[in-house]
Design a protein around this ligand. Structure first.
Ligand SMILES: Cc1ncc(COP(=O)(O)O)c(C=O)c1O
Length: 407
């Protein structure tokens, strides 16, 4: 058996299951998002409209973000040149951390190179800080949380998705004296459903557990200042650790946790994923800080975002398409078969210039393969009309079921 043959086998398995991922090469055009150019392998190109991006509010091309990044790069150069510990902590990093701590009403915030790393590094470090820690983790938590919990060597319990009664059962079965932490998300990005934040906080109070929430798909978009669903629901003060990204609604790159000064200090001091890696480029920190500051003040984009999502959902539902609607900004259309999902996505791209990536197992359970649309304020009525018409035609063409799924 050669190594190459093993690789062929592994890749063939994915092809056979219709799970092989093909990346679409796109060139975004500053000032024109969601319009972009699709560059094919043969060198040809076509204009496309991106309908599956996570630059939810179009902040990746916002003038205040771009200006801050240009100014920082002119002032300091490209990279930070070091880990946070060894010459890589700049005024830009400190300013961004202060901005984020203020956003979430916490004493401190700690930056990571992504929210993936923030989740993984924090959750894998907590048992070092709280020996005997038991982590209760929602079964649909993001891969980065699963990895962090899995690697930390501590005890873990997985509760059924959003099932607070099951969570209670698991906690009650454990030693009351053991330190505990409940890890969950505010918005689960594949179905767009909300976590039961208040009920989990109540349970955490009852059993003296810490709470850890991932607000990656909510920061910038929910709450009066864009701090997320916990802010919207006035629950931020009840969460011990809040995780967020700077790469989605904030349009740049990087992740963070916001928590007490002591918690951030301890993670800063013990988490290898924070310590042993180069810090974000100062220009990235500057752009992210400008984006966070802008979205604290300006609610226009947030309001428009919700409006666009609601219009798209209403129109797709009116055609009888099986969408999942939990009242968030995410619009999943269930196809239920990996091959059909890929085919629909290809037809949208090739026939209509509409780019939406197919979402397959293991990102979602088998049988729930889907197209996941992320409408943004930059998707105007023209883009919306073209998408709705294309979906209507393709659904008929492929003779797909129009039965409606309700949330
Ligand atoms: C729920 C959740 N948490 C964390 C992440 C990681 O965020 P980042 O892209 O900043 O690494 C993602 C990414 O999609 C996510 O969906």
């Amino acid at each position: 058996m050669t190594y190459t043959a093993r690789l062929d086998q592994a890749l063939n398995r994915l092809h056979e299951e219709g799970r092989y991922r093909t990346f679409i090469d796109i060139e975004r055009k500053q000032g024109h998002f969601p319009h972009a150019t699709w560059r094919r392998a043969d060198g040809s190109e076509s204009p496309i409209t991106v309908w599956c991006g996570n630059d939810y509010l179009g902040m990746g091309q916002h003038p205040s973000v771009m200006t801050a990044m240009h100014e920082a790069i002119d002032a300091t150069g490209a990279g930070s040149g070091g880990t946070r510990n060894i010459s890589g902590t700049t005024l830009y990093h400190k300013r961004l951390e202060a901005e984020l701590a203020d956003l979430h009403g916490k004493e401190a915030a700690l930056l990571f190179t992504s929210a993936y790393i923030a989740n993984d590094a924090t959750l894998s470090t907590l048992p070092k800080l709280f020996p005997g820690l038991i982590i209760y983790s929602d079964t649909l938590n993001h891969a980065s949380m699963i990895e962090g919990v899995r690697r930390n060597g501590g005890a873990k319990r997985i509760f059924r998705h959003n099932d607070v009664a099951h969570l209670r059962e698991l906690i009650e079965a454990d030693d009351p004296a053991a330190p505990k932490l409940i890890a969950f998300e505010s918005i689960y990005s594949m179905d767009g459903d909300f976590g039961p934040i208040e009920a989990i906080c109540d349970l955490a109070d009852e059993f003296d557990a810490l709470t850890y929430i991932d607000e990656v798909h909510a920061v910038g978009m929910y709450g009066p200042r864009g701090a997320g669903v916990a802010e919207r629901d006035r629950l931020m003060h009840r969460l011990d650790i809040i995780n967020g990204t700077l790469a989605k609604a904030y349009g740049v790159m990087g992740g963070y946790i916001a928590a007490s000064a002591k918690m951030c200090d301890a993670i800063r001091s013990y988490a290898p994923g924070f310590i042993f890696t180069t810090s974000l480029p100062p220009a990235v920190a500057a752009g992210a800080a400008a984006s966070v500051a802008h979205l604290k003040r300006d609610t226009t984009l947030r309001d428009l975002h919700q409006e666009r999502a609601s219009i798209l959902k209403t129109r797709l539902k009116a055609m009888g398409l099986p969408i999942i609607d939990h009242g968030s900004h995410i619009v999943p259309v269930i196809v239920g078969d990996p091959v059909h999902t890929k085919r629909l996505s290809d037809m949208l791209l090739e026939g209509y210039g509409i780019y939406v990536q197919p979402i397959n197992f293991p990102t979602v359970p088998r049988g729930t393969e889907r197209l996941r649309f992320t409408p943004a304020p930059v998707h105007g009525p023209g883009e919306m009309d073209r998408l709705v018409r294309a979906m209507d035609e393709l659904w008929s063409h492929c003779a797909l079921n129009r039965a409606e799924l309700s949330a």
